[in-house]
Design a protein around this ligand. Structure first.
Ligand SMILES: [Zn+2]
Ligand SMILES: [Zn+2]
Length: 270
């Protein structure tokens, strides 16, 4: 019933621009920047040649990380709607992309042992109360459903943390140490969901708490990823792999036939 009410307040419209058809209108789907191999096999950052690690890998306790989209353009707009605009239904569109791009399922299998559960980076309770929902949980539940895995809250945030935008990676890690506590035993293999991967400090703090609660491996899946520094040349003007999530029967699907050579404005090297 709550979902119904939310649909009336926030009807299912394009998660990027807010006016085209759900989940992403043709224009926004074409402007999504998909993160694709060759990449760092550990964290999914696109690279010129395949790599096992990169300098943008999240800190150690996070075994693997993947995101379907660069945190830019319509993907950034969608995450901001989810985080700050109260558009909870955007989570369904992003979770569909996270599942349809195939890597979440692949990661669930790549983990040793394969993933047992999907959990999320919890918001501080006060923030959740202000917003009315926890955006990472809103992503985790539909993703778990699509992967056929249970979703379970395993962590609680014990510290409200200050905005982190201007802190260094080391400062972020120090500030987050002990910020999460497990609230129940963790199974061996956990898929952790968050909205955006930046430095990975938050995910690392969560992974530490999960390992302390009995997990043996933790992989991170986010809706988008901020990539510091330059992207590989194939992402330069006219050649970047476009997002391939298109609306088809109300559900995004991966369309491999398009998106290789679309000349569009690229956002490289920010
Ligand atoms: Zn749109
Ligand atoms: Zn990496």
């Amino acid at each position: 019933m709550l979902d119904r009410a939310l649909e009336v307040v926030f009807p299912l419209r394009c998660a990027g621009c807010g006016s085209g058809p759900w989940p992403f209108c043709g224009r926004c789907a074409g402007a999504l920047i998909a993160l694709e191999p060759p990449w760092c096999s550990r964290c999914g950052r696109p690279t010129e040649v395949p790599a096992d690690r990169c300098r943008d890998c999240p800190p150690e306790p996070v075994a693997l990380a993947r995101a379907p989209f660069l945190f830019d353009g319509p993907a950034r707009a969608a995450v901001l709607k989810l985080k700050f605009g109260g558009w909870r239904t955007v989570a369904e569109a992003l979770a569909a992309a996270m599942a349809e791009m195939g890597f979440a399922a692949a990661m669930a299998e790549m983990l040793l042992p394969p993933a047992d559960v999907v959990t999320w980076v919890p918001l501080a309770r006060r923030r959740e109360a202000e917003r009315g929902y926890d955006q990472a949980k809103a992503l985790a539940r539909p993703l778990a459903r699509r992967l056929g895995l249970p979703a379970s809250q395993l962590l609680r945030r014990t510290l409200g943390t200050a905005p982190q935008a201007r802190r260094s990676a080391a400062e972020r890690r120090a500030a987050l140490r002990g910020a999460f506590r497990s609230i129940r035993p963790a199974p061996a293999s956990v898929l952790l969901v968050d909205d955006v991967l930046t430095t990975g400090a938050t995910a690392a703090a969560c992974a530490e708490a999960l390992l302390g609660a009995g997990a043996s491996s933790v992989a991170l899946v986010t809706a988008a990823r901020a990539v510091p520094g330059r992207l590989p040349l194939r992402y330069a003007r006219g050649g970047f792999p476009s997002g391939s999530v298109v609306a088809r029967g109300g559900s995004p699907v991966v369309d491999a036939s398009r998106g290789r050579n679309d000349p569009r404005k690229a956002t490289v090297g920010r």
